[in-house]
Every structure is written in C-alpha cells, then in structure tokens.
Design a protein around this ligand. Structure first.
Ligand code: HEC
Ligand code: HEC
Length: 205
C-alpha cells in the first residue's frame, strides 16, 4: 500500500498542475501519453503506467472510452486508474482514432519480468484463463480479452488485485470488466496472483 501511495504522491507532484492543460492540448497524438507510459509506450513502473505498444486496437479504444465515461478509473481505491482518467476525459472520438493509429506504430517489445512465483502452480491456474486469453496469453479478440504475454508483470498483478477487490470491473456498465472480475476471484489470494503472472511471464507472443 505504501508504494501505491508514493506513486500517487509522485503523480500529484508531477502532474497536479499540468495534467489539465495537457489533456486539452491538440493534437491529441502529442507526447503527453509517453510522459507516463514511456517512450514509444514501453511502460513505466515508477508511475505504474503499463506498456501500450503492441496493444490491440479494439482493447486500447475500449479502455480509453471506459476511462472517459468513468466506467474505469473512478473507484476511490483505484489510485492508478484515477491518475489515468483525466488523460482520457477530454479526448474526442477523433482523438481516440488518432491515438489508436499513433500507438499502433510503436514497436512491440515484450516487457522484462520483475516478479517471481510458483510457475507450475500458476500454469494450473492459467488453465481457467486460456479459454478467453488464449493458450499463449496472446489475447482472443472474439472474447474481447487482451493479450497478457509481454505486458508489464507488475501491471498485471495490480489489475488482478483491483479486479479481485472490486476496484475494477464493478461499474454497472463495465460488461467486460465484470466477466474478468468473476475470473479473478478464482485465483483465491495474492499468492495465486503472483503464481499465475509468473506463468504468464514464461509465455511468448
Ligand atoms: C499521469 C500519467 C499518465 C498519463 C499522462 C497517461 N496515462 Fe495512461 N495510464 C496511467 C496509469 C497509472 C495507468 C494504469 C491504470 C491502472 O492501473 O488501472 C494507465 C492506464 C492506461 C491504459 C489501460 C491499459 C490497459 O492495459 O488496460 C491505457 C489504454 C492508457 N493508459 C492510455 C493512455 C493514453 C493513450 C494516454 C495519452 C492520451 C495516457 N494513457 C496518458 C497513467 C497515465
Ligand atoms: C470469460 C473470459 C475471461 C476469462 C476466462 C479470463 N479473462 Fe481476463 N479478461 C477478460 C476480458 C474481457 C478482459 C478485458 C476487460 C476490459 O475490457 O476492461 C480481461 C482483462 C484481463 C486483465 C487486464 C488486462 C489489462 O491490460 O488491463 C488481466 C490481467 C486478466 N484479464 C487476467 C486474467 C487471468 C489471470 C485469468 C485467469 C485466472 C483471466 N484473465 C481469465 C476475459 C476473461
């Protein structure tokens, strides 16, 4: 919890006065996304902003629409989502189109693993995930489930904790998040989360 609070404090110091102005700046495919998400969207653990490069266009679009609509990033305990939401609030549909094209031009580079767990136990848990996310965690667009392989592992951990705690996936309009929340609860506890993510770390894309 204290590291999350430090992130929140850091974000306030960094963006407290400039986030609003940045969100209004045109064109929206300018550089302020990379301030948090890293150059060419590689992810930035210090800010807890995940890798965007390689993200499916439909998933990227839905998350931006959900943040904009307050379907994601409004739960009072969702510190990282609350940091992201102002960046999406001012986006027009045309700006989101631009961002999807812009992000689509960044090279896909798998994130380096940072966490460890019981990979064999994680593999058993992942058998409940493959039907939607794919055998190799490559993502299955027909199930609206994004790729997990190659994503920053610390971000996957945070999301699974958030789904489990109901910080994500409980908004009444969050249809896809609600499906995922049901699945996150099957992981049991934090060691289940660490184990399944350590297995996902072994999957290539
Ligand atoms: C102030 C820092 C900051 C800025 C600027 C920012 N983001 Fe974020 N973004 C975050 C954080 C932190 C998260 C993680 C939220 C969470 O953990 O739920 C995030 C999450 C996201 C997600 C969800 C990823 C996923 O896998 O679900 C997308 C998409 C995203 N940001 C896109 C953007 C785009 C596009 C821009 C520029 C318009 C942008 N962000 C600007 C901090 C930022
Ligand atoms: C019924 C289909 C389904 C199953 C099974 C499922 N998921 Fe998901 N998952 C989804 C969907 C749909 C989303 C996207 C939610 C959204 O759009 O906000 C998602 C999102 C996620 C995210 C957030 C990704 C991001 O970029 O923010 C993680 C992490 C995740 N799933 C992990 C898992 C794990 C681990 C399992 C197995 C325990 C699992 N999922 C099982 C459908 C599923």
């Amino acid at each position: 919890m204290s590291s999350r609070l430090m992130v929140a404090l850091g974000l306030c110091l960094l963006f407290g006065s400039t986030a609003h102005a940045a969100a209004e700046r045109e064109p929206y495919n300018d550089r302020y996304c990379t301030t948090c998400h890293g150059s060419e969207g590689g992810g930035n653990e210090g800010i807890q902003a995940p890798r965007l490069a390689g993200m499916e266009a439909a998933y990227l679009r839905r998350q931006l629409e959900n943040f904009r609509a307050g379907i994601r990033g409004t739960h009072p305990q969702d510190i990282e989502g609350i940091a992201m939401r102002p960046m999406a609030v001012k986006l027009t549909d045309a700006s989101i189109d631009d961002i999807v094209v812009w992000v689509g031009g960044w090279p896909y580079v798998p994130a380096a693993p940072t966490i460890s767990g019981d990979v064999a136990a994680g593999q058993r848990l992942y058998s409940n995930c493959a039907s939607c996310h794919g055998e190799n965690a490559e993502g299955l667009p027909s199930f609206n489930a994004p790729a997990l392989a190659g994503q920053n592992d610390w971000y996957l951990v945070t999301q699974l904790r958030d789904f489990m705690a109901g910080y994500r996936g409980t908004h009444p309009q969050d249809i896809f998040g609600a499906q995922m929340r049901t699945m996150a609860t099957t992981l049991g506890d934090d060691s289940g989360i660490m184990n399944v993510v350590s297995y996902i770390n072994t999957l290539g894309r």
